[in-house]
Design a binder for this molecule. Structure first.
Ligand SMILES: NC(=O)c1ccc[n+]([C@@H]2O[C@H](COP(=O)([O-])OP(=O)(O)OC[C@H]3O[C@@H](n4cnc5c(N)ncnc54)[C@H](OP(=O)(O)O)[C@@H]3O)[C@@H](O)[C@H]2O)c1
Length: 379
C-alpha cells in the first residue's frame, strides 16, 4: 500500500525512510509547503493527495491543529486510512475523526501520539477489549524526565538542565508544553479514551516541573527520594480521573531506573496485573516506528471506539500525602505532619489531601505572588 506523508520534518523523514524498507508498504507523495517541492516525491497540494487513487493511507506528521484537522478530514472522506503522531489534534478532534473514519470504512490510529516508540496505546487498545483496566499512566514525557534526572545526577539547576535539553533537541525553543505538564496531560487524555471510552476534556489537575529548584532536589536526595513527573488515569464512577504532577519515589521504585529522556508507560489490568512498557518516548526513528507499526495494523485495531464520549475528569477521590516547600508566611495553610524551615521557606510532608485540593492550595499561593513546590509521596 502506498502511504502519503503530511510533513517532512523530524518524524516525517523517519517515516519515509522506514516505509522504503517495509514489506507491503511504500512511501507515496510527501506534502510540503508550497515552494519547498525540491524533490519529485514532494507535493504541496493536499487535494491532489486525496484524489490520488494509488494512495491507500496517509501519515499525518506535521503537527498543529490546523490545517492538520482539515487535511486528515479530507483524507478520511476520500477513503484513505489515517495514522497520526499529533497528540494535540487527537485530543482536540479525535472522537469526530474516528467517527468519520468509521463512516468511510477506514482506520484512524495514533499510537505515536502517546509514548513515541513505546507501544502503549496499541497494547492498551487490545487489553481494554479483554480486561478491566484498573489504572494507567506513568512517565510519559521524556523532556521532563531528562531534566529531573540531570538535576539529580549532576546536581544542576533547572535553567542549566533546560538549556542542555534544548541543545540536545529534547526540548523545543518554547518548552512550555513539556515543563508545564500539558504534553503529558494530552497523553493521559488519549490513554483514558482508549482504555475507558471516555475522553476527559476538563476537570484535570496539572502541575509541571517549573517550580523545582536544585535545593529541592538536594533535600529529596538526603531522604533517598527521586522525583519524576507522573501522569495518572483510571476509572472514577461514571467518569475518569486524570492528572499530572511530580511524585517522589523511594530508591527501590522502578520509576527511579527510568533515566535520560526515556518513558515508562504502565497499566494495571484486573487479570493481567501490572504491565510496564519502557523505551524511547520521542525522537525521529522511535516515533516513526510507532507510525509504521500502526500502518501495519490497519483494519485490525480501533483506538477510539464508537461509544467514546467526552467527560469531565473527577480527581476528588485521589488522595496523597505531599512533600511541600512553601514561603514561611503561606505555610500555616498546610497541615504539615513534620516540617523544618528557615527565614524564607518551610519544607516537609503534609497530611493526605485530595489531588484537586492540593493543586488549588498551590494556585492560591501563586496567585498571591508566593513560591511553592509540591510532589505527591508514593506510598
Ligand atoms: N519529534 C518527536 O520526537 C515527536 C514524538 C512524538 C510525537 N511527535 C509529533 O509528531 C508531529 C511532528 O513532529 P516533528 O517533531 O516531526 O515536527 P517538525 O520537525 O517540526 O516537522 C513538521 C514538519 O511539518 C511541516 N509542516 C507543518 N505545517 C505544514 C503545512 N501546513 N504544510 C506542509 N508541511 C507542513 C513542517 O514544515 P516547515 O518546516 O516548513 O514548517 C515540518 O517539516 C507533531 O504533532 C509532534 O507533536 C513528535
Amino acid at each position: 500500500m502506498k502511504v502519503a506523508i503530511l510533513g517532512y520534518g523530524t518524524v516525517g523523514v523517519g517515516v519515509y525512510e522506514m516505509l522504503e524498507k517495509c514489506a507491503g508498504l511504500e512511501p507515496g507523495p510527501v506534502l510540503v509547503r508550497a515552494g519547498k517541492e525540491d524533490k519529485p516525491f514532494k507535493v504541496s497540494s493536499m487535494e491532489a493527495i486525496a484524489a490520488d487513487p494509488s494512495v491507500g493511507a496517509v501519515a499525518e506528521v506535521m503537527g498543529g491543529i490546523e490545517p492538520a484537522n482539515s487535511y486528515v478530514t479530507m483524507a478520511l472522506k476520500a477513503g484513505k486510512h489515517v495514522v497520526t503522531s499529533n497528540k494535540a489534534l487527537v485530543a482536540a478532534h479525535g472522537i469526530e475523526l474516528a467517527e468519520l473514519a468509521r463512516e468511510n470504512g477506514v482506520s484512524f490510529l495514533f499510537s505515536a501520539a502517546c509514548g513515541g516508540g513505546v507501544p502503549f496505546l496499541h497494547n492498551l487498545a487490545i487489553a481494554a477489549q479483554s480486561d478491566n483496566i484498573l489504572s494507567l499512566g506513568g512517565i510519559l514525557n521524556g523532556t521532563t524526565n531528562f531534566m529531573l534526572d540531570a538535576m539529580q545526577s549532576d546536581a544542576k539547576d533547572y535553567g542549566d538542565v533546560l538549556r542542555e535539553a534544548q541543545a540536545l533537541g529534547y526540548a523545543e525553543a518554547d518548552p512550555t508544553a513539556d515543563v508545564s505538564g500539558l504534553d503529558a496531560l494530552r497523553k493521559i487524555m488519549l490513554a483514558c479514551a482508549v482504555a475507558y471510552d471516555k475522553l476527559p476534556v476538563d476537570g484535570f489537575s496539572r502541575e509541571g516541573i517549573e517550580s523545582i529548584t536544585a535545593a529541592d532536589v538536594a533535600d529529596f536526595q538526603l531522604k533517598g527520594l527521586t522525583c519524576r513527573l507522573i501522569t495518572s488515569g483510571g476509572p472514577a464512577g461514571e467518569t475518569v480521573y486524570a492528572y499530572v504532577e511530580p511524585v517522589l519515589f523511594p530508591a527501590n521504585a522502578p520509576e527511579c531506573s527510568v533515566v535520560k529522556n526515556f518513558n515508562m508507560a504502565k497499566y494495571n489490568g484486573e487479570n493481567a496485573g501490572a504491565i510496564v512498557l519502557m523505551g524511547q518516548g520521542a525522537g525521529r526513528y522511535p516515533t516513526a516506528s510507532a507510525v509504521v507499526r500502526d500502518l501495519c495494523g490497519l483494519g485490525s485495531l480501533e483506538m477510539f471506539r464508537p461509544d467514546c464520549v467526552k467527560v469531565s475528569a473527577d480527581n476528588s477521590a485521589c488522595v496523597h500525602p505531599y512533600y511541600v516547600r512553601v514561603d514561611v508566611d503561606k505555610a500555616p495553610r498546610f497541615s504539615f505532619k513534620e516540617c523544618r524551615g528557615d527565614e524564607e521557606c518551610v519544607r516537609g510532608i503534609i497530611e493526605p489531601i485530595a489531588v484537586p485540593a492540593m493543586h488549588a492550595l498551590a494556585d492560591s499561593v501563586r496567585k498571591e505572588g508566593g513560591s511553592i513546590f509540591f510532589a505527591a509521596m508514593e506510598a
